[in-house]
Design a binder for this molecule. Structure first.
Ligand code: ZN
Length: 295
């Protein structure tokens, strides 16, 4: 089987109440990146954050993070477009990535495109209460086409983030329309705990997404769970040829002591090896995903 690609999702917009190790500052993110690289991660996914942890998506902050990470290690860089915090003008959400891509030193290797829109509420099953009931993460199709065209022009590989089968079908349609080059790189983004908008983070929830990847096209898929443990799902992912994207940004891993990111990555790399999967290096990923060579 192919080597397993591990993407470390180090912070998202997580605060530190459930896991104190969530990195916020550029130096904390760079330290986490280097440790995750040592533990087996080949891709870093991070969100730029202000000093108090709030979302802060600026060119300057992203440039500083990327420079610091690259000074420490060779991990591939996958920022965010800003998620729901950068939602006011969907078309301009990509502008920060395009600006970073102009300088080889700050150019991201990959950038995410969420191929559909979702409600981002949370649900407390114990009390029956919804929170953030007005929150929608909007990704209009005209915006997606704009992202795909501008990322191609900038030489940045899109990662197709899919929260349900409709997202997978839209991503497949974008490949069909010639907007996305092969291999299609899919993040199958399940949700658990208080997040109810994606497929459950179980073998069934995952396999339903995998089953609808476009047949006859070269696709690489990675499993992720917002609000749930990938440690439990890792044996299934490893045994079925998938890749995996763990990190304390999506889930605090309280049941294993709320560890730092690299400890979760190491644990998952060990599970993968035990299932016969070697771990991909950044160079392996460059070749597999046909990324633009570094300048
Ligand atoms: Zn993210």
């Amino acid at each position: 089987m192919q080597k397993m690609i591990i993407e470390a999702r180090v912070n998202e917009y997580a605060m530190r109440d459930e896991n104190p190790h969530v990195p916020w500052s550029p130096s904390e993110i760079a330290d986490a990146a280097a440790r995750c690289r040592d533990a087996g991660a080949s891709i870093l996914h991070y969100h730029s954050r202000a000093a108090d942890g709030s979302p802060l998506q600026t060119f300057e902050l992203n440039a500083e993070i990327i420079r610091r990470v690259r000074a420490k290690c060779d991990i591939l860089i996958l920022p965010t477009l800003g998620f729901f915090s950068n939602d006011e003008d969907p078309a301009s959400r990509i502008d920060c990535m395009l600006q970073l891509a102009k300088d080889p030193q700050t150019k991201p290797d990959l950038a995410p495109i969420d191929t559909g829109s979702v409600n981002l509420e949370t649900f407390d099953a114990a009390t029956g209460a919804f929170a953030h009931a007005d929150r929608v993460y909007e990704n209009r199709t005209d915006s997606l086409v704009h992202y795909a065209k501008s990322l191609r022009q900038a030489g940045v590989k899109p990662k197709l983030v899919c929260w349900s089968i409709g997202f997978v079908r839209r991503a497949a349609a974008m490949m069909e329309a010639g907007l996305i080059d092969e291999p299609g790189y899919f993040l199958l983004n399940m949700t658990d705990g208080p997040y109810i908008t994606g497929h459950p983070g179980t073998p069934k929830g995952l396999q339903a997404l995998v089953d609808f990847l476009p047949a006859g096209r070269d696709c690489v898929w990675t499993a992720n769970i917002v609000g749930g443990s990938l440690v439990d799902l890792a044996p299934y992912v490893a045994g079925n040829g998938g890749n995996i994207a763990p990190g304390i940004g999506d889930y605090a891993y309280g049941e294993i002591g709320a560890p730092p990111n690299h400890e979760v990555v190491r644990r998952i790399a060990d599970i993968a090896r035990a299932h016969g999967r070697d771990i991909a290096t950044p160079d392996d990923v460059r070749r597999r995903l046909k990324l633009t060579p570094p300048a």
